[in-house]
Design a protein around this ligand. Structure first.
Ligand code: DAH
Length: 340
């Protein structure tokens, strides 16, 4: 009787083990037959009903059954784990003959390349790169640069007004006033950034472009410092054989003011299509900081002097890479951008 019962339990357990397809199910079988409330344990608990003389024998039979189920469970578990591992290995096989996935790596925009080149040249001469706000007070963009209300220079730069006191800066020059006001002297800074003008888009204009402002203030700074500095800059940027020429000009915040031309790097100054036959290309505005501007920014013009310059970044990029339409710089056409 007892023997049959145990045989039944064993058969059932074996069947359940066979049907188990994942390790969790094997564990369920263990609980169901061998666990505290398991079927085999129930038989042990029923020993009190067995005649005392039969108990050792029944006990042994129960133990044998338990051992048998345990060993088969263990065997199945090992087998199942091996099968899972093999399946995983099969799926994780690496086919080294497959072509590699191509990584498309982006690269720097021609504007960025040109800017980093300009920054490299000036930081090499001891300049510090600083930034100013793109949304600027009319006060800094105009008034502190000697451009009072009603000044014609305000008209020339068709400005985006946010309200009557706040504008999208039309030039990077307001950073000059901001730095001078801080009162830390001497000053030797370069300030690149985005500027805005209400211009129609064409091959040489855009409502948003970039400038690089430079400012040096110290005792005994003269126009020859300005010329020497910008000459080094031009030679570094366009080549050692480049010559520079300063033409008198007018900017409200500098006196005297000039525009700097460089010899055309395409024809070397002989005159070509690139420089429209003149042999020269204009690249920046500059001058000695106006004493009134120094005063408005809290610097004594009797003690300190300085020079400033403003370069159009796009202009440099267009010249350096011989690009004939500024719009290409903003269109994000990969075929164009890939070339730099
Ligand atoms: N801010 C001027 C412009 O946008 C460029 C310029 C000229 C900047 C002379 C300067 C300077 O610092 O000294 O046209």
């Amino acid at each position: 009787m007892m023997k049959d019962k145990l045989q039944n339990i064993k058969d059932e357990a074996l069947k359940a083990i066979e049907q188990a397809d994942v390790p969790e199910k094997l564990n369920d079988v263990r609980v169901r037959f061998l666990g505290k409330k398991g079927e085999l344990t129930a038989v042990l608990k029923g020993m009190k009903d067995v005649a005392p003389e039969d108990r050792p024998k029944v006990g042994q039979m129960v133990n044998e059954t338990r051992a048998a189920i345990e060993s088969i469970l263990e065997e199945s578990k090992v087998k199942m784990e091996r099968a899972i591992r093999e399946e995983k290995m099969k799926q994780e096989v690496i086919d080294v003959t497959l072509p590699a996935k191509k990584n498309t790596v982006g690269h720097r925009h021609p504007n960025t390349i040109a800017l980093e080149e300009v920054e490299r040249i000036f930081t090499g001469m001891g300049y510090e790169v600083v930034e100013g706000p793109e949304i600027e007070y009319d006060e800094y963009n105009f008034r502190k640069l000697n451009i009072p209300d009603g000044h014609p220079a305000k008209d020339e730069q068709d400005t985006f007004y946010i309200n009557k006191d706040i504008v999208l800066r039309t030039q990077t020059s307001p950073v000059q006033a901001r730095i001078m006001e801080q009162g830390k002297l001497p000053i030797c800074i370069l300030s690149p950034g985005r500027v805005f003008r209400s211009d129609e888009v064409d091959a040489t204009h855009s409502p948003s472009f970039h400038q690089i402002e430079g400012l040096v203030i110290d005792k005994n700074i003269s126009f020859s410092d300005l010329k020497g500095t910008l000459e080094v800059f031009a030679k570094e940027l366009f080549g050692e054989e480049t010559k520079t020429k300063f033409r008198p000009h007018h900017f409200p915040f500098t006196e005297p003011s000039a525009e700097m031309d460089v010899t055309c790097f395409k024809c070397g100054g002989k005159g070509c299509r690139f420089c429209k036959g003149s042999g020269w290309i204009e690249i920046l505005g500059c001058g000695m900081v106006h004493p009134h501007v120094l005063e408005m920014c809290g610097i004594d013009p009797e003690e300190y002097t300085g020079f400033a310059f403003g370069v159009g970044l796009e202009r440099i990029a267009l010249l350096k890479y011989e690009i004939d339409d500024m719009r290409l710089l903003y269109e994000n056409d990969i075929r164009f951008l890939k070339q730099f």
